[in-house]
Structure formats: structure tokens, C-alpha cells
Design a protein around this ligand. Structure first.
Ligand code: CA
Length: 227
């Protein structure tokens, strides 16, 4: 089945270029050049993936993403951002975006991200959560970093499962506390730091790159090592 991609980009030349490249990869593409038109297109045909430029006339890509999520849409969203907007990326992730591509980007990079996100949403096995070389099986409770099996305690497993449920999403300390330890947890909230440290030690035992990243003043996220 051909994936149908929504592209919202106000730079007409760039939009045309991306549209042609995606088309030659076999994707169906619908293009809008402003936020409101993008929103109505999204509602019209329910895309398999959306590529949204951050700065758009009418409605920003972030706001558009937020509105899509408000309607319950789980469509994978890739934001295109200018380099000076990168520092705002937490705002985009909070709005429910799944990924970022920083302009100027190579088309190969964008295509690779698209393939990765489409693969994930078409993944039939919900029991297995994967990110980079990390995989976690909810049913068998086995966790692997590459080929290496990890021995996790019950709480470490729960914490990692939560972070893995939405890679790149930033979870606040309160969200983590409520979900992993329970709303009525009365202990020391430093417990999160302690468990993050345990998890990192186990995940990086063989010198592997860091996947659990601290987002200063906010919380934690699972991210690519280079971000
Ligand atoms: Ca723009």
C-alpha cells in the first residue's frame, strides 16, 4: 500500500522539490503552503505521515501538530526547522511532533526518517518496542541493547518501557513519577535520577552511546546519541 504523505511548506520551490523526490520514491504526496490549508488537507485525507515546516503563514507547524494531536490523530509528524529554531525543539516535541529535520537537510536524510517512521507505525508487533539498537519485549520482558541482553529490575523495566513508548518525546519528572511509581507515590522524587542512573549504567555498560538524555529543567527523553 502506498503511503500518503502530507507536506506543508511555504517555500514553494522547496515544497516542489520535496514533492518530486517523494513522488519518485513512490509516495503519494499532498502539498499545502500554509498552516490552515495544511490542517484542512490533513482532516480531509488522514495522511500516513506529515512533514510540517515550523514557520508557516497562518498557523505554525507546531500549532498545526498540536491541533492534529488534539483531534486524537497519531500520524507521525516530522518538523522542518531552521537552525535557529532548534533550541525550541522541546516546544515541538511537547506539541506531539515525532521528529526534527534541520534545514538545510539532505533529501536522503529526510527519506530515511520517513521510512523509519512509516516502518514503526506499520509495525504489527506491538509487544516489541524498539529504538536505535535498543529493544524491549513487553510480553517476555526481555531487553536487548544490540545483541546484549540486559538484566533489569521491575522498576527499571517499567521506566525504560515508558521512555520507549514514545522515543524523542520529553517526559517531565512528574509524568514519569505518576506513570512509573504511581500518582500517590510519597517517597523522594530523586528516585527518578537514581533509576535513570541505574538504567544508563546498564545500557552503556559496554561503552555504548547514550540514549537516555536529560532535558535540563524539564525531564528525560530517549534520543539518538548525536542529539
Ligand atoms: Ca517556512
Amino acid at each position: 500500500m502506498t503511503a500518503h504523505i502530507l507536506l506543508v511548506e511555504d517555500e514553494v520551490k522547496l515544497a516542489r522539490f520535496i514533492e518530486l523526490e517523494l513522488g519518485s520514491e513512490g509516495y503519494r504526496v499532498s502539498v499545502a503552503h500554509d498552516g490552515m490549508a495544511g490542517l484542512s488537507l490533513a482532516r480531509e485525507f488522514n495522511p500516513d505521515l506529515a512533514i510540517l515546516d515550523w514557520m508557516l503563514p497562518g498557523l505554525t507547524g507546531v500549532e498545526l501538530c498540536r491541533r492534529l494531536r488534539a483531534t486524537g490523530s497519531k500520524v507521525p509528524v516530522i518538523l522542518l526547522t531552521a537552525r535557529d529554531e532548534v533550541s525550541d525543539r522541546v516546544a515541538g516535541l511537547d506539541a506531539g511532533a515525532d521528529d526534527y529535520v534541520v534545514k538545510p537537510f539532505s533529501i536522503e536524510e529526510l527519506l530515511a526518517r520517513i521510512r523509519a517512521h512509516l516502518r514503526r507505525t506499520q509495525e504489527p508487533d506491538e509487544d516489541v518496542l524498539q529504538f536505535e539498537d535498543l529493544s524491549l519485549n513487553r510480553r517476555t520482558r526481555q531487553v536487548y541493547r544490540g545483541k546484549r541482553s540486559l538484566e533489569l529490575t521491575a522498576k527499571e523495566f517499567d521506566l525504560l518501557e515508558y521512555l520507549l513508548s514514545h522515543p524523542r518525546q520529553v517526559y517531565t519528572r512528574d509524568q514519569i513519577l505518576e506513570t512509573v511509581w504511581g500518582y500517590d507515590f510519597m517517597g523522594d522524587s530523586n528516585i527518578i535520577e537514581v533509576y535513570i542512573r541505574y538504567l544508563r549504567l546498564k545500557l552503556e555498560e559496554q561503552g555504548e552511546k547514550r540514549l537516555i538524555h536529560t532535558v535540563r529543567g524539564v525531564g528525560y527523553a530517549l534520543r539518538e546519541p548525536n542529539l
